[in-house]
Design a protein around this ligand. Structure first.
Ligand code: SF4
Length: 375
């Protein structure tokens, strides 16, 4: 039986919680739902909700964005990308285009799309030109990209693939020894594709309670209640609080497409560095669609720096859940959605942009600095 958000808020209020308990919500969609619904101010004060690394635009490595910009500027092609990617800034010299949006203003043929299917449509409509799809995203985006190739994409459609798996980033945090959270809310969309079992390691290997949640306040609050109840009872398990959508085993067909078209490899995450087995690359039989093999390389190895962010930008710490967005010194001052400095202020799934959109205007960086000085 499903319960309302009010029901779960009431149950949360009755829990004998410790002074402080931290729950990480991995997914940018979760952070958006939590912030826009005002859940942080509705739940008991001692529950801290920590946004995690689940924003694909935020963690897309700088070198991939740079490569997309350079390809679009120097080759005769149509570059397509999800809309959010167009405004992601890179640390190029000021005289050069520093985002795909600026490259488009400089004359490159760059088009925003909302779904992988549009990539096929554009490629078919332009058979005489190469169309490069800058495919950045997590499993939920990468699976349809794999399906697109498996089902037969036009020859002129190439991929600049920047696909990532979410669980290895959480594993990396847990293995760091200072994960910064006591319980985990696992992403519903990813679990729909890959199966909730993918998150069992959080409980089994690390002894941290976990629950899969959907994107409405009631399912998020149910997941919060579940992990807190588990903590209090000392009995940890992986709960599925989104059973109407997330099924055991996930989506078998999507997983088949992913396995057939791509292989898992180590991958760089912006602000974080290389995470083992966290990226996708195309299998050899799809080499003809791999822009990295088919066209001149504009990869700049010097851009693969751990923690690479624009000067003053704390996105790396925000993505890792080490600070809240408004603890960055630039939040709401030099950096706003209108003039983003870092990727977390660009994407609808970026914590900085979400907090700004949900009305958080205070900048707590001075208080953070004062605490550091005292500490
Ligand atoms: S407020 Fe802007 S500069 Fe600061 S972490 Fe967020 S995106 Fe980066």
């Amino acid at each position: 039986m499903k319960h309302s958000a009010e029901f779960w808020l009431d149950r949360l209020g009755q829990l004998p919680l410790p002074d402080k308990v931290r729950i990480m919500n991995v997914c940018g969609g979760h952070e958006r739902a939590i912030s826009l619904a005002g859940l942080r101010s509705a739940i008991p004060d001692n529950i801290e909700l920590v946004p995690g690394p689940g924003c694909p635009v935020c963690i897309c490595p700088e070198e991939d964005v740079y490569e997309a910009i350079q390809l679009s500027l120097h080759e005769d092609l149509i570059l397509i990308a999800f809309g959010d990617m167009l405004r992601v800034p890179v640390n190029a010299p000021k005289r050069e285009p520093r985002s795909l949006e600026q490259a488009r203003a400089a004359g490159a043929d760059i088009r925003a799309i909302a779904s992988p299917g549009e990539a096929v449509t554009i490629a078919r409509a332009n058979p005489e030109r190469k169309v490069v799809f800058f495919a950045a995203g997590f499993e939920t985006t990468t699976a349809p990209v794999a399906a697109m190739l498996a089902e037969g994409a036009p020859d002129n459609l190439l991929l600049l693939l920047s696909g990532r798996l979410t669980w290895p980033a959480v594993a990396m945090l847990l293995e760091s020894g200072t994960p910064g959270f006591d319980a985990l809310i696992a992403p519903g969309h990813v679990s729909t594709i890959m199966g909730p079992e993918e998150w069992a390691f959080v409980v089994e290997k690390h002894g941290i309670p976990a629950a899969v949640a959907g994107f409405r306040p009631d399912t998020l609050l149910a997941a919060m209640y579940s992990v807190l109840r588990q903590l209090l009872d000392g009995r940890y398990f992986l709960d599925n609080c989104y059973p109407e959508v997330v099924r055991p085993g996930g989506n078998a067909l999507a997983q088949t497409y992913l396995r057939e078209v791509m292989q898992v490899s180590d991958a760089n995450w912006r602000g974080i560095g290389t995470i083992p087995d966290s990226g996708y690359r195309l299998r050899e039989r799809y080499a003809a669609h791999d822009v990295r093999l088919v066209m001149p390389s504009y990869a700049d190895e010097s851009r693969k720096r751990v923690g690479e962010m624009p000067p003053g930008c704390d996105c790396a710490s925000v993505v890792l859940g080490k600070i809240y967005p408004n603890q960055c010194q630039l939040y709401g001052l030099a950096c706003t959605p209108r003039k983003p400095i870092g990727p977390c202020m660009v994407s609808d799934e970026g914590a900085c942009r979400i907090w700004w959109s949900s009305g958080v205007r205070d900048n707590l960086a001075p208080a953070r600095a004062a605490n550091r000085a005292v500490g």
